[in-house]
Design a protein around this ligand. Structure first.
Ligand code: BES
Ligand code: ZN
Ligand code: ZN
Length: 475
């Protein structure tokens, strides 16, 4: 679908269908008020009515908040894609809502059909945003264009992440992710370095290697770097990239194993952020480190009772092979901090089911030592349309991952607070100088959905992308 900004009033744009948004207050003065009333249309959010004889799709919004507009646009575009129209046009509803509208349209129209033999694509090909405002005035295209382009880059990067997440474990193996990163680096201003198993061994990344040992698809470490001239700061992004998490020998129950292709969502999100960052030409240096591994079973699988030595020299007692993400991240965080001296370090991981228990399935868990930094992400999240909640550390929880045989244990001795104890495990692998510069995002719930909500269809959501780009653009 092509999305274009057109420097013309709405009436001058040729399109099959006009999409408009109305509040309940505006409904009475609508030119088709009686027809809409007959159809039972009350302009409630997520309610829409298409007057085909007038080629108008009227979409309800309870208020003009960006969140309302975004969700309404997503619902409307999903319905419009089911019609036989090939083009659609719409007005401006204030510049803050331009971003929400683009997100609603681009994210809301996403559907993953990669595995259907008869995908039946929608006839809707073109969406035109007029520079005319709903109040009849014309906006300057020079004002709207940068906002439009930026929002489009971010929304498209989110869909790029969804495409990666939605591919099956047999298609999106660690090596396939490495190829995807190399392809991205060729078309974008990015450097790409890949470590295979030999490279990981040379770097003493034995925790990550152990997790991947029983898989037919060997691990890869991907390093993407965006290095503009005279950057104002340096940022490192780390992503958990389990292309499949069977749980290993501490095997997951059959029902929990389904959807575990999404355990690579953190790495996919980082790849999408790198894509957007290079397209936005940000004046910051950004490094993305992706730990790609498959957690499987077999005669050579790593085991509960193993003690692993991570890259930073710390030893880890394994008591559950399903708590594998933190083992991979331990090494990738160690590698990332050794290679790049960054001003900030952010990691993204579908790390714990406990995060979903704590916050629900829509919210990203935000953890770290720096309260101000964490709060700045919650703000960026709500401005960007992502839910974030801070989960607080405390000294007592820290004791729950003490080990009797090694420096730290990969699971907690108590069943509560699992998202936080997982983050406190990661803390063992954060250098002292980086403690206050680090934020961990648990996207276990927010990265994937099996039922559509907000701007998300079934599958990967692209969690973390909009929030982080918003943060980068405002810091
Ligand atoms: N990948 C899972 C976490 C997860 C669960 C993500 C559900 C998305 C949906 C992770 O590797 C895992 O299995 N964590 C365990 C940790 C436990 C063994 C301490 C969990 O959450 O049960
Ligand atoms: Zn696991
Ligand atoms: Zn996992």
């Amino acid at each position: 679908m092509n999305v274009k900004l057109v420097n013309q009033p709405l009436s001058a744009i040729e399109a099959d269908l006009t999409l408009e948004f109305v509040t309940p207050q505006q409904l009475t003065s609508h030119p088709h008020a009686s027809l809409l009333a007959q159809a039972g249309f009350k302009a409630e959010t997520e309610q829409h009515c298409t007057l085909h004889e007038h080629r108008r799709m009227v979409c309800g919004i309870s208020d003009t908040e960006p969140e309302t507009v975004r969700v309404a646009a997503a619902h409307a575009i999903r319905t419009a894609k089911g019609y036989a129209y090939s083009s659609l046009k719409l007005l401006q509803y204030g510049t803050p809502n331009l971003v929400a509208l683009i997100e609603g349209i681009v994210l809301g129209s996403y559907r993953f059909d990669g595995y259907r033999s008869d995908p039946q694509p929608s006839p809707l090909r073109d969406v035109y945003f007029s520079c005319e405002s709903a109040d009849g005035t014309m906006h300057e295209i020079s004002v709207l264009e940068p906002i439009f382009e930026q929002a489009l880059i971010i929304a498209k990067a989110t869909n790029f992440v969804r495409d990666l997440v939605n591919q099956t474990p047999d298609d999106m193996t660690p090596q396939a992710m490495a190829v995807a990163a190399e392809v991205l680096s060729r078309t974008h201003d990015l450097e790409c370095t890949i470590l295979d198993v030999n490279g990981l061994a040379e770097e003493k990344m034995f925790a990550m290697m152990s997790v991947g040992r029983a898989s037919a698809h060997p691990p890869r470490l991907i390093h993407l770097a965006y290095k503009p001239k005279n950057p104002k700061k340096v940022i490192t992004l780390v992503g958990k990239g389990l292309t499949y998490d069977s749980g290993g020998l501490s095997l997951k129950p059959a029902t929990s194993m389904v959807t575990m292709k999404m355990d690579k969502a953190g790495a996919c999100a980082v790849m999408g952020m790198m894509k957007a960052i290079s397209e936005l030409k940000l004046d910051i240096e950004v490094h993305g480190f992706l730990g790609m591994v498959e957690n499987m079973i077999g005669g050579n699988a790593y085991k509960p009772d193993d003690v692993l030595r991570a890259k930073n020299g710390k030893t880890i007692e394994v008591r559950n092979t399903d708590a594998e993400g933190r083992l991979v991240l331990a090494d990738v965080l160690g590698y990332a901090q050794e290679k790049v001296k960054a001003d900030y370090l952010f990691d993204y991981a579908t790390l714990t089911g406990a995060c979903m228990v704590a916050l629900g399935p829509y919210t990203t868990g935000v953890m770290g030592h720096n309260d101000e930094l964490k709060r700045s992400f919650v703000d960026a999240g709500s401005a960007a349309g992502e839910y974030c909640g801070i989960l607080p550390f405390n000294r007592h929880l820290k004791k729950l991952i003490k080990s009797d045989v090694a420096d730290v244990c990969n699971v907690s001795s108590k069943p509560y607070g699992g998202a936080i104890t997982a983050a406190l495990f990661l803390d063992h692998f954060i250098d002292d100088t980086m403690k206050d510069k680090w934020v961990h995002f648990d996207i276990a719930g927010s990265a994937y959905t099996e039922s559509a909500w907000d701007v998300h269809a079934h599958g990967g959501t692209g969690a973390g992308v909009r929030m982080t780009l918003k943060w980068l653009l405002s810091h």
